[in-house]
Design a protein around this ligand. Structure first.
Ligand code: 6LW
Length: 522
């Protein structure tokens, strides 16, 4: 009884939280509420499954409950690179149905999927005519409106969300306040006004959020005199560890309070960022007939000293995957269900290359990590902290010279650092480190090891990634260190962030080699 009373008191008094609320490469957040449940989605680019889906009870603690696009019929990623695939999604709930609308830049552009029941998965794509990126939906009086950003402006049309038919001509609503790349539009209705919130400035240091309003959904829209409502490109934020704040969505909580989710990044080495754009949270004050004010001054912090909803901790992503203790699985679809929704593949994975039997088994693929043809044998999770240690144990079987398997610090197809086992000309197993940096590549000296198995480790901090191996999992020998900043968005490019991946690839035309990974811990 006493314990219950204490929990209730603690719930009512919740104060303060830490940003980012979803660390690592989880950009372009969009959020919706159903009762006292909150759902959030992010963009996913060349990775499969696409559009991670999170659930929360308090907007602070988020649990990934799946991926919206988890079947090949929903997500076709031919030759998708770190600049391609799935761009910013929007999630909305209307009259018993969830909708997720986004752009597949490597396929036919804008589409939506829907479901009445999250446990049953989402529909196949409903393709849409109005182009431009960052599509969003607004529902009112049985009507469904779509906004997106063709031709550097925000355009509106009415659609039938179940067929994709466009019901009205596209019309221009707003070009923003003059910042480059007006994008990320969302419409909200409050106190008889339609509010159109967008992002401007490009997704770099000058990223910001602006807003306009109108009495009619078609406009004309009047810009907020206090724009931007969120921006870190000012003197007060010049030393803030959070930069590039923008691409936001608003939600009214079940207690009536307003909140914003947005993306931003945390620079590490030399002002560059490796973790991708992450998901942040801020309170919003939105008085009757007034413009919304984000966190008092249009800036956010890592330590947010503000009242929150009663906090409810949800299950976190596990730090360790014990593949050797998992039930056997054959084919990628079954493997995906075993290893959990936080693991991703590059483009559309080849079914036959993945299985679980005494570990996670990757058939060596002739598709390379550095290529854009087909899909390499590669399965990864996001780097979520600057300081981390990632360890795996690997057995390489039936390998010849040219076959290799290991652990990759994967930023883009062009830029990744790999530690791997391979065979030398004498047929002996060696462990080696290679750095791929766009058109530069460097290999550290290979070290011969007895047998075909080995522990591999990557350690990261804000400056470097270091690579080591071990025979017993206790004593590790370092065989390479490389600067972290070359894998940053600023150097390597792309819209993504670093992932840590297990892979197996071959330079030979044909190979029978397999890699068995016992576990992965980060
Ligand atoms: C996204 C756009 C943006 O579609 O970058 O930061 C693009 N904002 O809104 C890719 O994430």
């Amino acid at each position: 009884m006493l314990a219950t009373a204490f929990v209730l008191a603690a719930e009512a008094l919740a104060q303060g939280f830490t940003n980012p609320v979803i660390p690592g490469f989880y950009p372009d957040p969009s959020v919706c509420r159903v009762g006292d449940d909150y759902y959030l989605v992010n963009s996913s680019f060349q990775f499969f499954p696409g559009v991670p889906l999170f659930h929360s009870k308090d907007l602070v603690n988020w649990q990934q409950i799946g991926n919206v696009l988890d079947r090949p019929s929903q997500l076709h990623l031919p030759k998708a690179t770190c600049w391609g695939g799935i761009y910013a999604p929007t999630i909305r709930y209307n009259d018993g149905t969830f909708y997720m609308i986004t752009t597949n830049c490597s396929d036919k552009g804008n589409f939506l999927v829907y479901t009445d029941d999250l446990s049953k998965g989402w529909s196949d794509p409903v393709w849409l005519k109005q182009q431009g990126i960052d599509p969003s939906l607004f529902f009112e009086d049985g009507k469904c409106y779509m906004v997106s950003n063709p031709n550097d402006g925000i355009w509106l049309c009415q659609i039938n969300p179940k067929t994709g038919e466009q019901l009205t001509e596209s019309r221009l609503l707003w070009n923003g306040t003059g910042g480059r790349y007006p994008e990320a539009p969302h419409i909200y209705k409050k106190d008889g006004y339609y509010y159109l919130m967008i992002a401007e400035g490009g997704t770099e240091m000058g990223h910001k959020v602006t807003i306009a309003r109108s009495r009619r959904i078609e406009g004309p829209y009047q810009s907020n005199p206090a724009n931007p409502i969120l921006c870190h490109q000012n003197m007060m934020a010049q030393t803030n560890p959070i930069q590039g704040t923008g691409h936001a969505d608003l939600v009214q909580a079940h207690d009536g309070s307003w909140w914003m989710v947005c993306l931003a990044f945390r620079p590490m080495a030399g002002g560059c960022h490796n973790l991708g754009r992450e998901t942040f949270l801020a309170p919003v004050r939105w008085d009757k007939d007034a413009w919304p004010v984000v966190n008092g001054n249009g800036m956010i912090a890592e330590k947010m000293d503000v009242p929150t909803l009663p906090l409810r901790q949800l299950e976190k992503q596990p730090s360790r995957s014990d593949f050797s203790k998992m039930k056997p699985a054959v084919g990628c679809a079954e493997v995906m269900r075993r290893i959990g929704p936080h693991w991703v593949f590059v483009r559309n994975p080849e079914e036959k290359n993945y299985s679980i039997k005494d570990g996670l088994v990757l058939n060596c693929s002739t598709n390379q990590l550095s290529g854009v043809e087909g899909s390499p044998s590669f399965v990864a999770r996001r780097q979520q902290k600057m300081d981390f240690t990632a360890t795996t144990k690997l057995t390489l079987r039936k390998a010849r010279k040219g076959d290799e398997a290991g652990l990759s610090v994967f930023m883009t197809e062009e830029s990744h650092y790999d530690i791997f086992l391979t065979k030398n000309s004498a047929g002996k197993t060696v462990v080696q480190v290679r750095y791929n940096l766009i058109s530069l590549s460097h290999e550290e000296a290979a070290v011969e090891i007895p047998g075909d198995e080995c522990y591999l480790r990557v350690e990261g901090d804000k400056d470097n990634y270091s690579f080591s191996f071990s025979a017993d999992g206790k004593n590790f020998r370092k065989i390479g260190t490389m600067n972290a900043r070359y894998l940053s968005s600023e150097c390597a490019g792309g819209f993504t962030g670093v992932t840590l991946g297990l892979y197996s690839q071959s330079a030979n035309k044909k190979t029978a080699a397999t890699a068995t990974f016992d576990f992965f811990e980060m």
